[in-house]
Design a protein around this ligand. Sequence first.
Ligand SMILES: Cc1cc2nc3c(=O)[nH]c(=O)nc-3n(C[C@H](O)[C@H](O)[C@H](O)COP(=O)(O)OP(=O)(O)OC[C@H]3O[C@@H](n4cnc5c(N)ncnc54)[C@H](O)[C@@H]3O)c2cc1C
Length: 458
Amino acid sequence: MPLSPARVFATLNAARPPDQASPVMGKAVVLGGSVAGLLAARVLSDYAEHVVVIDRDDLAVPGGRPGVPQGTQLHALLPGGLIQFEQLFPGFREQALAQGAVEAPPEARRSYLDGRLKVVVPDDADSLSGSRPLLEGLIRQQVRRLSNVTTVTARATGLLFGDAGVTGVRCDVDGVPRAEQAEFVVDAMGRSSRLSEWLEQGGWDRPATRRMTVHLNYATAVFRRDEPQPTFPIVLALHSPGRPADVAGAAFFAIENGRWMAMMAGYQDSRPGRTADDFVRRLREQFPPEFGEVADNEMLGDVQTYRHADSRRRDFNALRRFPARLVSVGDAVASFNPVYGQGMTAAALHAACLSLYLRSRPDLDVPARRFLDLQQVVVEAAWSTSTSADLALPHVDGPYPRGYRLSSWISRQILTATVTDVRVARRFNEVVSMREHPSSLATPGVILAALRANRRHG
Ligand SMILES: Cc1cc2nc3c(=O)[nH]c(=O)nc-3n(C[C@H](O)[C@H](O)[C@H](O)COP(=O)(O)OP(=O)(O)OC[C@H]3O[C@@H](n4cnc5c(N)ncnc54)[C@H](O)[C@@H]3O)c2cc1C
């Protein structure tokens, strides 16, 4: 009998890598060596004799890189992601701290909704504050140290197919085409992955791509930080969707090398913080006082902007004809409005799905349906969390799921109650940090608690 979505989440969050490697295949190839690909490679290192990670960037070069343009923007690692990283790389937290990441326990994180400070949730999970290149770089170091993992600089250009499944990949190394045989292939090429086209070219079904247009404009700037361990290393200030504000929200994080990283976001024609003057002025005038204090420091470098057109997902699980020995993970499957900070954590949960699937020593000659079913639970959870909030934005016009009016009213009640009610805020945090499935929020107990809190404080 299939597990309920809540059980799938509990199982994934408790999953540990096997004590010792137990290969079920010879060579596995991962296309894309960013967060999702590296986490998949870590999992595959337990189940394949040899893992090759192919990326168009040279992964031996540390720091930000062209293949991950979003790397300049603020990246939050949700507590659910930190749990997964720690399971895959024991000691991850300590190593991140040693490299300059900043501890952010619950009492050191502040969150405002429409200018009101939210209640602090006492037993909430730990988090870390660091830049995206630091987090990705640490994962990369750990994966590159694994004795059966190799990284190759090449551009993937297609797949090789046999009768029932994938037999390898085609790539381009310095302009020279090459074929790489593989017993298992993972697509981790991000939002712009061309896997759908390659499937179609190979005579397989092409997945439907679902999109929700959000037209988000991000701006991130870095400031000097003098306090080594600030009281509040993570502060977020969001505006409820639909409020007449041209800034959707702002956040700042203490990051490595004595710096603050601050971001602000707007939708459609609103592009807050595109210039240094505008960025600093808005931090001072439109957000709680802590934001102004960060803005009083010296800005290091220019404001970096990023436009994010849509959330999108590719429904591989719905395909009738899908080749064996192939899976897709991370943004290549589903990428969301980044203000909810789900991407790296979702990628980590996809890796946990891969681990559960391979641990069952599956028949690799048939499509990885069990993997796709598990992954679908993660994708649906992240998608429903981000798109249900986005649907409340005035410029987002669907598609609306069935029962949307009622579910959006309930969501609004719960979100409002997170400002004042510890029980509701704790459950909400568990869901938005991807430690629990969203179904745990829609219970009569939580909804009643939210209604009571809103009546008390309304
Ligand atoms: C503005 C912004 C802010 C974000 N903020 C957060 C946040 O706060 N928290 C969070 O968890 N997530 C955040 N995300 C999402 C996060 O960046 C991704 O979810 C995360 O990087 C995982 O993505 P990925 O590894 O699947 O793909 P990507 O990171 O996009 O990497 C794809 C990789 O594939 C490689 N590649 C692509 N095509 C080829 C090819 N043909 N051949 C070889 N290699 C190829 C690329 O070089 C790259 O290394 C944000 C995203 C954006 C856009």
